[in-house]
Design a protein around this ligand. Structure first.
Ligand code: ADP
Ligand code: ZN
Length: 760
């Protein structure tokens, strides 16, 4: 069959340019003046034009040059071409400046993924594509791995060297190795000093050569299968259910902390790897990654790639390339790893699927777990989502039969579950926030050589300082938010915008010298506990103390080596670490979450308490978890304590259903920020009016966000909600262009958040 000949003169490429307009832009092929310009590639047939799809190009855009991705092409002159005609006026079309890739950076599947993403999140396709790329490619790096530098022998006969290099044993050693094979320079440098290498180069016995990178897909040969646990009954059921799937199926693995979910992951991916297929494992945060990576590497050998936020652009690109080219069997990564193309996809796992870090909170506000569902379906492979405290969204899908529901109800090793207890602190005299009875319990555990954990919501010393005389509270002007006192850095800080300044010596309002603090942060509790238990070591784990590369890991290692006995920390402490010697955990002030305006607060509280409890008593020591509260009879707390998270979550689902809240209804949020409240309200009320025309939408707002003001700008939101996701999407998609056309829309910051998790 002849490929139809098309005319370069009339061919238009449809290019997605990273710009805040949700449409494609038409460009002509490059104005190739040189007939032999291979770079641009001559285009004489449909198949030539197809080669451009998914490649990066440089295009003139306004007065600038920008990067874009070729998404499609049209030939207005070709017959029977029923694709949409150009939106541009022909004379306005400009040529592409140049093509940046010889091979597409987006294959057809990833392009489809991007189109869906752009529609689902109502986000410009060009910007979505740009966000999906590793930063290095966004900045113009080459798609192909860089050539590698090798050491190569120049001598012909090793035997001849034995006498001449008799005095230089190490040089001879390197020559002996090079007689067998070339060695990458970087690797040689690890074993041999540069003195040795340079001496041989000077003698012209060896040389440095560059070789084009060779893709090697032999990772299946590097697979090594270390011994595994004999799975218990519940694990076996889960493993065989998942391994029976050869196509798309979504599984929710709901397993209490320490029930052996990770062991299940290890066992279900074994046959996938043996079949030469790749596995993508999404994990919440970098803090969790080291332990997980070690476990997978120990079980399967050096076939694991890792993507996390501490990698630089180049390192990240390298792992991305290796996975895309099929050089690795397993990719473990944080949320953006969902955008990595897999050479031979076999399975996707989302560990701790409830974790909020899977949701991106700026620009393209995607949820990596939801994207994983789309991708697994698209690739027709199994998807496993695991958690001890599943999100109500996933739990609802499991209970309604949309996902297969697998449960692990017992701890795998002999460790028993910790006991959770409520402590009524009404009327009690607390010492730095802790009830005296609990301090006694701490002492008992410490004297027995155990560790204790204290959870605090706030970092810093105290969340506010106020004047004892006039009550004035020192606030950040830009955010209308009290400054937090930090004694360690000796300043006061705004936790919204990061602004900090010296601690005032007297009240800025009345000049009085007696300034008091209000509330408790991690620093103050650490100080109090260290003074009370002076023969033990306290360690503080919060975002202040763990800033810096490997800081968190170092502290965690110190804890597990027994260097510290008292662990004080925020949220970070609840995330997946194992503290086998912690026998007592204390959670201060759980009450705030019971009365929060955020309807997800009770879900988050239950997850936090359950996850924190999961840190305690992991070895064969029974653990106790104490919750300090003024509301010991609160039905939610009672349910959680008596019946556990699984039951509690099901009660919360009933409440959500009764209140018509997610996951039973779906939401889209419009958030607007400006220094001018009237401008915000004008805009959001206009949006309200546009959306109101869709009869089956419920609209809430506009009302202030949880963070009402930040960096000088007020913040308000409007929520559109419907029981039908499709209806909601169709309505908002139609309303959006109208809202965008409102004059005010250009003068204030606003954005759309589809399926918002956070109202702050
Ligand atoms: P989770 O991921 O649910 O927190 P892990 O997979 O980390 O649980 O398992 C908790 C502990 O139990 C680990 O120390 C693990 O090695 C051990 N374990 C898991 N499965 C088994 C099993 N079938 N037999 C014995 N020990 C197991
Ligand atoms: Zn501020």
């Amino acid at each position: 069959m002849n490929t139809p000949v098309i005319s370069t003169a009339t061919l238009h490429f449809k290019v997605a340019v990273a710009a805040p307009l949700n449409r494609l832009f038409d460009y002509l092929p490059p104005a190739s003046t040189h007939a032999d310009d291979r770079e641009s590639g001559s285009i004489s047939s449909i198949s030539d034009a197809k080669d451009w799809i998914g490649c990066r190009v440089e295009v003139p855009f306004g007065k600038q040059m920008r990067m874009g991705i070729v998404v499609d092409f049209i030939d207005p002159d070709a017959q029977k071409d029923d694709r949409p005609k150009s939106q541009e006026k022909p004379h306005a079309l400009k040529p592409i400046k140049r093509r940046l890739d010889q091979e597409p950076v987006f294959n057809a599947q990833m392009l489809d993924f991007a189109k869906w993403l752009s529609q689902y999140y109502l986000y410009p396709i060009g910007e979505a594509l740009s966000i999906m790329l590793p930063a290095a490619l966004r900045k113009g790096a080459s798609l192909m791995p860089a050539p590698e530098t090798y050491l190569k022998k120049r001598f012909t006969d090793l035997n001849e060297l034995e006498s001449s290099l008799k005095q230089a044993k190490k040089q001879l050693g390197l020559c002996a190795r090079l007689a067998q094979a070339d060695i990458p320079l970087a690797k040689a440098k690890k074993e041999f000093s540069s003195g040795i290498i340079n001496a041989l180069i000077d003698k012209s016995l060896i040389e440095v050569v560059e070789k084009d990178y060779q893709i090697s897909r032999n990772w299946p040969q590097r697979l090594a299968f270390a011994e595994k646990f004999a799975a218990n009954m519940e694990q076996s059921i889960a493993i065989s259910a998942i391994n029976a799937a050869t196509s798309f199926h979504a599984y929710l693995l709901e397993g209490v902390t320490g029930s052996g979910k990770t062991e299940v992951y290890l066992q279900i991916i074994e046959p996938v790897l043996k079949a030469g297929k790749q596995v993508l494992i999404l994990v919440p945060e970098i803090g969790l990654t080291p332990q997980t990576v070690v476990r997978f590497e120990k079980r399967f050998g050096p076939v694991v790639g890792v993507i996390h936020s501490a990698l630089n652009d180049k390192e990240r690109l390298r792992v991305w390339q290796q996975v895309k080219d099929g050089e690795l069997g397993i990719l473990i990564g944080t949320r953006s790893s969902i955008f990595t193309p897999l050479y031979k996809p076999g399975m996707i796992i989302v560990d701790e699927e409830h974790d909020e870090s899977f949701k991106q909170q700026d620009s393209l506000r995607y949820h990596a777990r939801d994207l994983a569902v789309y991708r697994a379906k698209q690739l027709d492979i199994p998807l496993v989502m695991g958690s001890a405290t599943p999100s109500l969204e996933s739990l609802h899908n499991a209970l309604s039969g949309k996902y297969h529901h697998l449960q692990l109800t017992q701890r795998a090793a002999s460790a028993s579950m910790p006991t959770q207890l409520l402590l009524d602190i009404k009327g009690q005299a607390l010492e730095f926030g802790i009830a005296p009875g609990l301090l006694d319990k701490m002492r008992v555990q410490l004297e027995q050589g155990n560790q204790v954990l204290v959870f605090v919501h706030r970092r810093g010393y105290a969340p506010a300082i106020l004047c004892h005389q006039c009550g004035y509270v020192e606030e950040c002007q830009d955010c209308e938010n009290p400054f937090t006192l930090h004694k360690i850095s000796n300043n006061i800080q705004c936790h919204r915008c990061g602004e900090y300044k010296a601690i005032p010596k007297s009240c800025p309002s009345c000049g009085h010298h007696e300034l008091a603090t209000f509330g408790l942060g991690t620093e103050q509790i650490e100080q109090g506990l260290q003074a009370t238990f002076s023969s033990y070591s306290c360690v503080r784990i919060d975002s202040d103390s763990t800033r810096g590369k490997n800081k968190l890991n170092t502290l965690l290692n110190e804890i597990n080596a027994g260097k510290h006995q008292i662990l004080i920390g925020t949220q970070i402490l609840s995330k997946g670490h194992h503290f086998p010697n912690v026998t007592l955990a204390i959670i201060l002030n759980v009450d705030a979450s019971l009365f929060s305006a955020d309807f997800r607060a009770p879900e988050k509280l239950g997850q936090l308490i359950t996850q924190l409890s999961g840190r305690a008593g992991r070895a064969n020591k029974p653990g106790e978890v104490w919750l300090q509260t003024h509301q010991p009879q609160h039905p939610l707390l009672q349910d959680l304590i008596q019946n556990g998270f699984a039951d509690y979550a099901r009660s919360l689902l009933l409440e959500r259903k009764a209140a018509n809240l997610p996951p039973y209804e779906h939401q889209v949020l419009i958030r607007a920020e400006s220094q001018d409240i009237d401008q915000i309200l004008g805009f959001l009320n206009y949006a309200y009016g546009v959306l109101q025309q869709f009869a089956k939408l419920s609209l809430f707002g506009p009302f202030p966000c949880v963070i009402e003001k930040k960096q000088g700008r007020y913040r308000f939101m409007l929520i559109a909600q419907s029981a039908s996701r499709q209806y909601l999407h169709a309505a908002v998609s139609k309303a959006l262009p109208v809202i965008e056309n409102n004059k005010v829309s250009n003068n204030l910051r606003w954005h759309i958040d589809v399926a918002p998790l956070d109202f702050s």
